[in-house]
Design a protein around this ligand. Structure first.
Ligand SMILES: *Cc1c(COP(=O)(O)O)cnc(C)c1O
Length: 350
């Protein structure tokens, strides 16, 4: 494998999550002792006991966030304290220690600034940040680990929309489910993604980019699209499924809900029956659909495939509302426009 490193000649070759920077942040935790040995070190393999609890019982949580390089050389983070808080919530749900917000933010900032020349500068590129925590006590037995490692690794990512901002075809999955109410679908823990791989693989084999997940109990309500939250434009409203316990509370989702009203759109969080959406597409009342998440920011959906029938949305073209929300959000993230919400934090300069 050819290692791509800065200065980059062609950022489109970076792709997503393929290359890692020279350093990582690591901190350790032991019950009774707390957090210790927090430092930036060379990027390297971790040493783990083959009995480590993460390998057998999936005591693992993670986050996904980005550092952006503005045109005038500022290093920007987008709502990083939200990631810190969500990671602690995720950890506590599966009996891992919460991570102090300062430790999380300091770790992220220290390693991002150490490797700041790795942040690509072209339109649509960024440095993807992956904070992770694993239980790594070496014993077999189902109980919470007493030892944990928190680490932050960084991956330069190329422009997400290389071929343009194109709507994707989605397969509505009616049998396999991602998450159940009362389970762990509302936290970022690895097991959720293992559970989603089969449906995702089958959808891709049929030519779809991602799966639209329905609720686990009745298979009636839209929940998420792939590993993104989902939005529909219905009439004049921007509608998204309410957080019901099996939906991941996305920070991009939250940002859309705050931004959209300021762009003149009414927003609504509620249960969204898939039948209402399919009928709405047919009648022309559901005019747009998009996913939201850190990786793609906003991902327009061009069609839904349900029980053998394709429902084409807005002729498979990007709608005006989707485009408008996307543009405003990325302009804030890259520090190109005013940030009345205080979302963007400058942590240094290149
Ligand atoms: C991470 C994630 C999202 C999006 O969250 P953001 O904070 O917006 O990146 C949505 N759904 C799932 C299942 C996720 O894992």
């Amino acid at each position: 494998m050819l290692l791509l490193r800065p200065p980059y000649t062609d950022t489109s070759k970076l792709g997503f999550g393929q290359y890692f920077t020279d350093h990582m942040f690591v901190a350790r935790y032991e019950t009774g002792k707390g957090w210790y040995e927090a430092k930036v070190v060379d990027f390297s393999n971790l040493e783990l006991s083959p009995a480590a609890s993460v390998l057998h019982y999936s005591q693992e949580v993670f986050e996904g966030m980005k550092a952006y390089r503005s045109a005038d050389g500022r290093v920007l983070l987008f709502r990083p304290e939200q990631n810190a808080r969500r990671m602690s919530r995720s950890a506590q749900r599966i009996c891992m220690p919460g991570i102090p917000e300062d430790l999380f933010l300091q770790g992220v900032k220290d390693v991002v600034l150490k490797d700041k020349e790795w942040i690509p500068g072209d339109e649509g590129t960024s440095l993807y940040i992956r904070p992770t925590m694993v239980g790594d006590d070496g014993f077999l037995g189902i109980k919470p680990s007493k030892k944990f490692t928190f680490f932050v690794v960084l991956s330069p990512v190329g422009p997400y929309y290389k071929e343009g901002f194109n709507p994707i075809p989605i397969y509505v999955e009616e049998q396999l489910v991602r998450a159940v109410v009362g389970g762990v679908g509302d936290i970022k823990t690895g097991g959720n993604y293992a559970a989603s791989l089969l449906a995702d693989t089958k959808a891709k084999e049929k030519g779809f980019t991602q799966v639209l997940w329905l609720d686990a109990k009745e298979h009636k309500y839209a929940e998420e699209v792939g590993s993104m939250n989902i939005f529909f434009v219905i009439g004049k409203k921007v509608v998204t499924p309410a957080l019901n316990g099996s939906i991941l509370p996305g920070i991009t989702r939250d940002s859309v809900l705050i931004l959209a009203p300021d762009l003149g759109y009414e927003v609504e969080e509620r249960a969204v029956p898939i039948q209402e959406i399919l009928e709405g597409i047919r009648k022309g009342t559901v005019t747009e659909c998009f996913g939201s998440g850190t990786a793609a920011v906003i991902s327009p959906v061009g069609s839904l495939h349900y029980k053998g029938v394709d429902y084409l949305i807005n002729d498979g073209k990007v709608g005006e509302v989707t485009q408008n929300i996307y543009r405003h959000l990325v302009d804030i993230q890259y520090g190109r426009s005013k940030d009345p919400y205080g979302w963007v934090q400058e942590i240094g300069r290149i």
